[in-house]
Design a protein around this ligand. Structure first.
Ligand SMILES: [Zn+2]
Length: 243
């Protein structure tokens, strides 16, 4: 196949646009935020479990406190009843027994109230743990919302860029011989369609051409379309080719 050296050089611009199109397509289907968004999903699942665990632990402490409070009320009611009975009692023996029970009830109440204080402190800590777990989860949700919004913008930007690149490529390809573009397109479905021959090496596959291959290329006419013996891409020759 023959094509003017100028048209062949323009294939490098087509190849460059194609490379940029592939990059933009990759950004459209895999926006940079996607990895972190996926990570956040897993992290949120873990943190949700932690929140459930913290809430469960807090509820247990609450139940414990309620039990203590009810024990305190019962002991207080009993103490008040005994005190009334003591005030009304005229029997010395009964009075002695009631007094002894009042002393023991007083001790029991004091123990219960001490225990109540300790459990109240634990409840405060358990509440703080629940709040911290919830705050962490909220923070992850906020990060996820922001990233999703940024991802939507990135995808839209990539789509806009793709449209512009496709327009440029179509215009460029239209100005070139159809046969040359067809060969390029066929080659580029398998790899690089066209690359510069630079300092005796194909820039498509980075292989240096052998002396024999270079000799053949030197002998070819300027408008002959030559291909890389290694990767088959169209080799574009310029003054940088080292021929
Ligand atoms: Zn090559």
């Amino acid at each position: 196949m023959n094509a003017s050296p100028n048209d062949q050089k323009k294939l490098l611009d087509v190849a460059d646009l194609d490379a940029r199109l592939r990059q933009a397509e990759r950004r459209r289907t895999h926006p940079p935020q996607a990895a972190r968004i996926a990570e956040l999903g897993a992290e949120r699942a873990t943190r949700s479990q932690e929140l459930s665990a913290a809430t469960g632990a807090r509820d247990d402490v609450k139940t414990e406190l309620q039990r203590l409070e009810s024990d305190v009320s019962m002991a207080e009611a009993r103490r008040d009843r005994n005190a009334e009975r003591l005030a009304a009692s005229s029997n010395a023996k009964d009075a002695q027994a009631l007094e002894a029970e009042l002393v023991s009830l007083g001790r029991r109440l004091s123990e219960l109230e001490d225990a109540e204080l300790i459990v109240m402190e634990r409840l405060e800590q358990a509440d703080a743990d629940v709040d911290a777990a919830r705050a962490l989860l909220d923070q992850l949700a906020d990060e996820g919302t922001a990233l999703s919004a940024a991802s939507v913008v990135a995808v839209a930007d990539a789509a806009t860029l793709i449209e512009a690149l496709q327009r440029d490529r179509a215009a460029l390809a239209l100005a070139l011989p159809a046969e040359l573009v067809a060969l390029y397109d066929k080659l580029s479905t398998r790899g690089v369609g066209a690359a510069l021959l630079q300092r005796k090496a194909c820039q498509g596959c980075n292989m240096e051409l052998s002396g024999t291959d270079l000799q053949q290329i030197r002998q070819a006419s300027n408008d002959a379309v030559v291909q890389c013996p290694e990767c088959s891409c169209i080799l574009v020759r310029t003054e940088e080719s080292g021929l």
